[in-house]
Design a protein around this ligand. Structure first.
Ligand SMILES: *[C@@H]1O[C@H](CO)[C@@H](O)[C@H](O)[C@H]1NC(C)=O
Ligand SMILES: *[C@@H]1O[C@H](CO)[C@@H](O)[C@H](O)[C@H]1NC(C)=O
Ligand SMILES: *[C@@H]1O[C@H](CO)[C@@H](O)[C@H](O)[C@H]1NC(C)=O
Ligand SMILES: *[C@@H]1O[C@H](CO)[C@@H](O)[C@H](O)[C@H]1NC(C)=O
Ligand SMILES: *[C@@H]1O[C@H](CO)[C@@H](O)[C@H](O)[C@H]1NC(C)=O
Length: 282
């Protein structure tokens, strides 16, 4: 009973460790759209480097391909030095135990206009700057759209929201007249909790199973405690739970050997042994 309890506790701590060792994906520069030829550095940050995080991506032609097939990597950092439209896709960190970080979308449009928007979530209350850039010229007047509706036209090609709120979350794009239109990028806004932007939300099914295992352990401990208490009462209040029954078992076998007319039953209970010893005294 004690060893299985230990095993359960061990399982529980392993599980909790798995949940807590989640990586934060960082992107430098911190944006989601890139011109052809741009460079980007991605890395998985985690206190527990032993988890062995690898950067992976899905593109239109690849699935779960690791960093060494598309970038220059050293451990959990991966650089792309000359991006091409085929690098557009979903990127994430994955541990050797298949845990995953939040994923991000990187887009490399073939066209000449990009929207510079943060690829990682923006904290509520923080400023948000959107820039519309053309390959052929800077600070051109640009129109900004959110969820398909025109927000406004900015002569300098920049738009700043001083204090971001949840309602600013959405799909953004921009347009520079006679240069073209950028692809759309999703901007997410998170609550102003220090850890919220750095750590991905914990895996809910894992949390639930951890909770149920914790419950199981608690119930097991309870059952053990109750059993111990009840067991102590039936053994006549003997506080040392092991030795008493051992001695009685030995005594019983000795008696059985002396009275061979009684067939030796392997599972004779204590009360019948008592009867035997009375008979031998008479
Ligand atoms: C990557 O592609 C695979 C196969 O289509 C899919 O199961 C997985 O969810 C994708 N990963 C992400 C982060 O989108
Ligand atoms: C990736 O890029 C970053 C920043 O440009 C640089 O500090 C780092 O050394 C590069 N790592 C590799 C493996 O090239
Ligand atoms: C990434 O792009 C896909 C397809 O455009 C979209 O469904 C998904 O929500 C995007 N994910 C993020 C984190 O922006
Ligand atoms: C990414 O950029 C946004 C907006 O500029 C900022 O709020 C966020 O903290 C940045 N994230 C990182 C990891 O630098
Ligand atoms: C892009 O903006 C220009 C004016 O700045 C406008 O004439 C044009 O229709 C816009 N294109 C799209 C696709 O919205």
């Amino acid at each position: 009973m004690k060893t299985s309890l230990l095993k359960l506790l061990l399982m529980l701590t392993t599980l909790l460790h798995c949940i807590s060792s989640s990586a934060a994906l960082t992107v430098s520069p911190n944006r989601s759209q890139f011109f052809e030829g741009d460079s980007v550095s991605l890395s998985c940050e985690d206190e527990d480097s032993s988890a062995g995080w690898t950067l992976r991506r899905n593109t239109t032609t690849e699935t779960r391909t690791p960093c060494d097939e598309w970038g220059e990597g050293s451990g959990s950092t991966c650089n792309m030095s000359h991006m091409v439209p085929q690098d557009s896709g979903v990127y994430w960190c994955e541990s050797s135990q298949a845990a995953a970080s939040q994923s991000i979308n990187l887009t490399v449009p073939g066209g000449s206009v990009i929207l510079q928007s943060p690829v990682l979530p923006v904290m509520e209350g923080d400023p948000l700057t959107l820039s519309c850039r053309s390959k052929h010229g800077s600070r051109l007047p640009a129109a900004f759209y959110k969820d398909g509706s025109l927000m406004g036209t900015e002569p300098g090609g920049h738009m700043t929201i001083l204090h971001v709120s949840r309602s600013d979350e959405g799909l953004y794009r921009c347009n520079i007249s006679s240069h073209g239109e950028s692809p759309s990028s999703w901007i997410s806004v998170t609550e102003p909790v220090a850890s919220a932007t750095r750590l991905p939300p914990p895996h809910l099914p894992l949390l639930l199973s951890a909770a149920s295992i914790a419950g199981l352990v608690a119930v097991t401990i309870l059952v053990l405690l109750v059993r111990r208490r009840l067991g102590g009462k039936t053994e006549g209040g003997a506080s040392e739970d092991v030795t008493y029954s051992d001695v009685e078992m030995f005594h019983k076998q000795q008696l059985l050997r002396q009275h061979t007319e009684f067939p030796a039953k392997p599972q004779v209970v204590y009360s019948s042994v008592k009867t035997l010893s009375l008979q031998s005294n008479h």
